[in-house]
Design a protein around this ligand. Structure first.
Ligand SMILES: [Zn+2]
Ligand SMILES: [Zn+2]
Length: 289
């Protein structure tokens, strides 16, 4: 008695049972795929494969791979490719990060994907976003020991949402590139009020001191290249506050990598969207977390 293989009563062996179960799972999966064909993550049109945009949404994405500020990655369309230039804002008030690339400009398709991950619980979108963030990550990492650090949520927010979208994206980046992540290095010290309608100075005041290093963080971070990971680079106030906290760890370098960056329309050539209205939703979406 107690045999776990099923041989006692002449039934199939565990191995055979596994094969049958796997076969049924495959059939079930095929039926689900048939019943629920993959859809464009931005507009919902049926597409050929999982995590693919339809042609229209794909063409509307503006990849931020042209000449840009070496520090904050704002596009500098007149600069020569590869020139190591910084924009006027970074020269006047250098941000606490060394570089801050994003995969795409924040436009309607990029925004929908980020919102469906965050509020629609479409956790599969983290893989899609990470897939398009591999290229900026690879150029950011170069040599040296890098560590991805997702921008943390306050624990109440984490408890109510059930997941941190930035941590999901960082985990997918690790899976795709092998660059490790540490979601316990940086903590949200306190919840922050909404930054809606606030000017830059007020936003910076609200998030100042919102992040702190976890106990033991210095031992894990010292000498490494820490790369903050977040979904949207909006005003940059959150990234600056998080980068400032990471600077205290003894890291060799601190960068920030995001899915989408808010870029003034005039700089996002070929990318037509209403910057003013997107910027106001963006502040609303981002800062209440
Ligand atoms: Zn689409
Ligand atoms: Zn800049």
């Amino acid at each position: 008695m107690g045999a776990a293989t099923g041989d006692v009563d002449g039934g199939p062996s565990a191995g055979a049972a596994d094969v049958i179960v796997r076969g049924l799972q495959r059939t079930g999966r095929a039926l689900i795929d048939y019943a629920l064909p993959p859809r464009c993550p931005a507009c919902g049109t049926i597409v050929a494969g999982d995590r693919q945009f339809c042609l229209g949404c794909w063409q509307s994405l503006h990849f931020l791979d042209g000449p840009a500020c070496a520090r904050c990655s704002i596009p500098l369309p007149d600069a020569l490719p590869g020139a190591d230039l910084q924009c006027g804002a970074c020269l006047a008030d250098p941000p606490p990060f060394d570089a801050a690339p994003s995969a795409v400009a924040y436009g309607p398709a990029a925004r929908t994907v980020a919102l469906r991950l965050k509020y629609g619980r479409r956790v599969g979108h983290a893989r899609l976003m990470a897939g398009l963030m591999v290229r900026p990550l690879t150029s950011l990492v170069g040599g040296g020991e890098a560590l991805l650090v997702p921008v943390p949520l306050h624990r109440w927010r984490l408890w109510s949402r059930g997941f941190n979208q930035a941590a999901l994206v960082a985990a997918e980046l690790t899976r795709l590139t092998g660059v490790p992540h540490d979601h316990e290095l940086l903590l949200r010290a306190r919840a922050t009020a909404s930054l809606r309608g606030k000017g830059r100075r007020d936003r910076e005041k609200i998030v100042a001191g919102a992040f702190k290093l976890a106990e033991g963080a210095k031992a894990r971070a010292a000498g490494r290249h820490l790369i903050l990971v977040d979904d949207v680079h909006a005003s940059g106030a959150t990234l600056r506050a998080a980068a400032k906290a990471l600077r205290r760890s003894g890291a060799a370098r601190v960068s920030a990598l995001c899915w989408a960056r808010v870029v003034p329309d005039a700089l996002a050539s070929g990318n037509i969207f209403d910057f003013a209205s997107l910027a106001s939703d963006m502040v609303d979406e981002r800062m209440t977390r």
